[in-house]
Each structure stands twice: as structure tokens, then as C-alpha cells.
Ligand binder design. Structure first.
Ligand SMILES: *Cc1c(COP(=O)(O)O)cnc(C)c1O
Length: 393
């Protein structure tokens, strides 16, 4: 069995492109060109140069000695938190802005919930001097003021979505409407391995730099390119896709996906999409999503804004249903505790999203010789207020 996308844009039975007919030309143009463009030596050269000089790659693969001692196993952290802008999202936005330029687009749109993807998009638009419009729910604009300010400083226009629940899915609807109205000059930068084919595959390929680096970095540390486990938190699934990518079809390497249980999987306040989700269509893709009995998308909840997404990418839906990846859900409290533990043991303040991945060590026992690579997807500066309130610091 292959766990990668097939020619039709499916991972098993998940994926595809379920889009309004008026969007078809835009998505089709991208589908016909993305692999060709990515294979061009000039594209590869520019992409790799920017990852090195602008993002600061390769990100270190750090052996967490004190954390490893505590849990009596070998834990490596892939330090995406050290990237420019503080998370893995920039790998994808760099790739997509170069793609947009190759396709002759001079106007960029995006939607954002917590604002992290909006900031990563505004960053690369400033870098390239392209116009940037970010759609964001009115409620999210109020909740995420620092990220809104960042986007504005970077020259982006932030447009409030005022319909429906005034959150992420409404912002997505606005972005799609914009794209339908501007098919020729506009590229839509999607921020995770979600959306209609070819987005999940394209974003996974841009994030694949992460496991490409892990292979040679682990070889230097341990004399092998293969860890026993790779571990990542999953919102839409892009940092997980990055750490899994080169190991997807190698069953010697076990994949662990960590979802946000919020207040508890059965509490009604959760974002554990694979466990709670059923098949449906969201953002143009057939996948698992949290929905009511009559198919309305349920508002997810997690203390970490980046995991607060009602669906999951089609690659991950397939990894879940096929059993290739083990899915573990972690509550708000357990994630926060694990995040604070990393601060004390290693001197690293993680994003709360990443803290979910770190919390598995209290749930699951590993062998002393097991080699684990955990994706430290982002840094915790953006989450300081949440840490302060949670621990009464
Ligand atoms: C956005 C974000 C995530 C979740 O998104 P994925 O696409 O699942 O990776 C995780 N960690 C951080 C730090 C983020 O900003």
C-alpha cells in the first residue's frame, strides 16, 4: 500500500477536488503545473537558497538529553521553532510564493484563523513585493490582535469575514469567493495539507524538507537515517506531513499523530478530528471532519489556536483509517504541563501546539534504545499570555 497521493489526487479514499465549477480553472491550472514547476532546477535553487538564507535552514535536530533521561528513551527535537517567524509554516509559504511567481500571479490571498498562516503569508509577500490580502473572521481578528498587527506591519490588508460564525470557515468562504472573481492574477496560498488536490500534495512536498534534513542529521547523531518513531501534533497536518514525508512508505518507522482533545474527547469541547470525525467534505477535500448528524461542521475547541480545526488533511485521514499512524489525543491540561516541563528541562519554550506532541511521554512507554524524533513545530512566544493565565505566572 502507498500512503502518498495517487495520480487522481487521492490518499486511499480521501482527497480529491470537490470545488464549485467556477473555481475549476484556477485549481486545474495549478494541478497541471505544480510538479513541472517544482522540478525546474531554477525553482529548486531559489527555494533552497531562501530556506537557507531567509528561513535559517537547516533547523537543528537536537538531542534532548534531560528530557530523554526523564523518560528513559532517546528523544530528538526537530527545531522548526527556530525558523524565521517561529514555526514550520514559512517552509510552505516560501514554496507557494515562488510557485505563484512562476505562474505569473501578482496578487496573493489567504485565509487565517489564529493568524499564524496570515503572518507567514504576509511575510513572503513583503519579501517578494506582492500584494497580500488576508481574510480573517471578525471574532478571530478581535482574539488575535498581535498577529493582526504583524500582518499590517508587513504590508498586508486584513479583511474581516462578517458572515456566519465569523471564524475560520467564514474567512475561507470569503477567500474562495475572491479567487473565483480574480482567476487570472491571483494565487490562493493555503496554509496546511488541506484543500482540493493538488494543495495537500503540494504543501506536503514543500514541508518535506523537514524529513529530508532529519535523515542526514540523524545519520550524524546515531549512524542511521531512520528513527523508530516520528511524532507530530496535527491541526490540518502540515508539520506532521513534513516529518513523516520520507518515511511514509517505510514501515520500520512508526508514525505518531497527536491531536488536541481540548477539555476531553467526549466533552463536546475538543478538536480530536480523526477520533470524532466522520467522512465528509471540507475545503474542497473528502476527509474526516467533525460534524453534526445532519452534516453541519462542528466548531472545534482547543487551547491552542493552531490545532483548532474541524477537519484534518486527507493524507492523515488515510493514515488513520489504514492504521499506518497511531493517533493519540491530548487534553489542554496535559499539553500545558508538557510545555512547561520542556521549559524547565531543556530551556525551550514551545508553542502550545507542539506541547501536545511532547505530552505523549506521560501516555506511552518507549524502550531505552528507541529513537524518537518529535516535531517542535513552533516557539511559545505567541502563547505567553495563555501560559501566564493557565499557570497563574
Ligand atoms: C499552525 C500550527 C500547527 C498546526 O498546523 P499543521 O498544519 O497541523 O502543522 C502546529 N504548530 C504550530 C506552531 C502552528 O503554528
Amino acid at each position: 500500500m502507498s500512503y502518498n497521493v495517487n495520480e487522481k489526487g487521492y490518499y486511499g479514499k480521501f482527497g480529491g477536488a470537490f470545488i464549485p465549477e467556477m473555481l475549476y480553472p484556477n485549481v486545474e491550472e495549478l494541478r497541471q503545473n505544480y510538479l513541472k514547476v517544482m522540478a525546474e532546477p531554477e525553482f529548486q535553487k531559489e527555494f533552497n537558497q531562501l530556506l537557507k538564507d531567509y528561513v535559517g535552514r537547516p533547523s537543528p535536530l537536537y538531542f534532548a538529553k534531560r528530557l530523554s533521561e526523564k523518560y528513559n528513551t532517546k528523544i530528538y527535537l526537530k527545531r522548526e521553532d527556530l525558523n524565521h517567524t517561529g514555526a514550520h509554516k514559512i517552509n510552505n509559504t516560501i514554496g507557494q510564493i515562488l510557485m505563484a511567481k512562476r505562474l505569473g500571479k501578482n496578487r496573493i490571498i489567504a485565509e487565517t484563523g489564529a493568524g499564524q498562516h496570515g503572518v507567514a503569508t504576509a511575510t513572503v509577500c513583503a519579501l517578494m513585493g506582492l500584494e497580500c490580502i488576508v481574510y480573517m473572521g471578525e471574532i478571530d481578528i478581535a482574539r488575535q490582535a498581535p498577529n493582526v498587527a504583524r500582518m499590517k506591519m508587513l504590508g498586508a490588508t486584513v479583511v474581516p469575514a462578517t458572515s456566519g460564525s465569523k471564524t475560520l470557515k467564514d474567512a475561507t468562504n470569503e477567500a474562495i469567493r475572491d479567487w473565483i472573481n480574480n482567476p487570472v492574477d491571483t494565487h490562493y496560498i493555503i496554509g496546511s495539507v488541506v484543500g482540493p488536490h493538488p494543495y495537500p500534495d503540494m504543501v506536503a512536498r514543500f514541508q518535506a524538507i523537514v524529513s529530508e534534513e532529519i535523515q542526514w542529521q540523524l545519520k550524524e547523531h546515531e549512524g542511521t537515517t531512520k528513527p523508530d518513531y516520528v511524532v507530530a501534533c496535527v491541526g490540518g497536518g502540515s508539520n506532521a506531513a513534513g516529518v513523516y514525508y520520507h518515511y511514509l512508505d517505510d514501515e520500520d518507522v512508526q508514525l505518531i499523530a497527536v491531536e488536541a482533545a481540548g477539555l476531553g474527547v467526549d466533552s463536546g469541547e475538543s478538536a480530536a478530528t480523526s477520533v470524532l470525525g466522520r467522512e465528509g467534505i471540507i475545503h474542497g477535500s473528502k476527509t474526516l471532519l467533525m460534524q453534526t448528524n445532519d452534516g453541519q461542521i462542528t466548531e472545534p475547541y482547543s487551547i491552542s489556536a493552531g490545532l483548532d480545526y474541524p477537519g484534518v488533511g486527507p493524507m492523515h485521514a488515510h493514515l488513520y483509517k489504514s492504521g499506518r499512524a497511531e493517533f493519540i489525543s491530548i487534553t489542554d491540561d496535559d499539553a500545558m504541563t508538557a510545555g512547561l516541563e520542556l521549559c524547565k528541562l531543556e530551556g525551550i519554550i514551545p508553542a502550545i501546539e507542539s506541547s501536545h506532541a511532547l505530552a505523549i511521554f506521560e501516555k506511552k512507554q518507549f524502550q531505552p534504545n528507541d529513537i524518537l524524533v518529535v516535531s517542535l513545530s513552533g516557539r511559545g512566544d505567541k502563547d505567553l499570555e495563555t501560559y501566564i493565565n493557565h499557570f497563574k505566572l
